[in-house]
Ligand binder design. Sequence first.
Ligand code: ATP
Length: 356
Amino acid sequence: MVDIAVIPGDGIGKEIIPQVCDLVTSIDPSVNFTFYNISSERYINKGITIKDSEIDELKSYNSIFFGAIGDFRVKPGIMEQGVILRLRKELDLYMNIRPAISFSRITGNNIHMTILRENKEDFYSDISGSLNEHKLFRQKGNFYNYNIDINSESDDTIYYTMGFLSRKNLKRFFNMAYKIADTETVTITDKANAVDMYSLWREIAIEESEPAGKKINFEYADSLAYNMINNPLKYRYIIAPNLYGDILSDMSSAMVGGLGYAPSGNIGDYSSMFEPVHGSAPDIAGKNIANPVASILSCIMMLKHLNQTETAGIMEKSVENVIRNGTIPIESGGNAGTHEFINKVKNYCTMTKNNI
Ligand code: ATP
């Protein structure tokens, strides 16, 4: 039996995720979903982001199915850092897989790329602070190079967040990335021309590529963004540091029809968590207009990761058929609401299952 913890979260996450769980159990009733109320609503009422005991419990499941977190009533960063970034850190989920694969009926193209994003380090570090007096703490360079006056007579203030990369983490990250990539050549991005620490990123990318038998192409993140738009079919796997991976994957989702089509998986050696790339989208929440495809595809990724290949295969085929046969989400100009789309997929799943 497969045991999955579910965190629907806020906004459209709360709306879509339970329906996707229903869809799964309609195909395979033995999949067990346990729901957790970890949400902005709870934070507003009780001041709790996530409890230590919940983190411990979440570690015991085969995987976590996550919706979205974020609410305009809560200061930006509190829920993101308190829940999602904390889970990635505490569960040691160092790989973030973000496929952008088009349905040709939606986009008229055949883009098929996957961004493999480092998920724990880089500029998503919580080593941060502020300075308003003359305290230099950097070993190399200093704030004066940036024309920032931090002497004690000045009223200038500095906020800083330290980006960092570590050899140990990068080794296992590249190792996993090269295993996931089923092509001989992969693209690796960074800004090694402007940010010193990416020299370690490159060193380990090269070091690990040899035993994995991979050919690698480095492309700076800015030029990659330009080339991805101009020549998207050139790319299959893009390996990216945390921050650039986040930005490029929102961009790649736009190239395949929008955030409503972008799934993701967070993987570690012991735990995993799957979630749509989009956030809680409060502007459309509760209106039955959100596109559920990203959540369905995230669920399919999760089931494949848990070796539930038959159920995953049925769902995958059904989503493809539903779209090919003209059930188009509102996000893409069609008239299928959240519920109607999921229901259509459910009907196809039942038909497919009965035909196996
Ligand atoms: P967060 O900070 O949590 O990422 P956000 O509001 O900045 O939240 P998203 O929630 O990802 O960003 O959404 C950005 C916009 O994209 C939304 O306002 C919404 O209009 C659109 N959007 C996102 N997801 C979907 C979806 N599944 N279906 C339709 N539109 C969506």
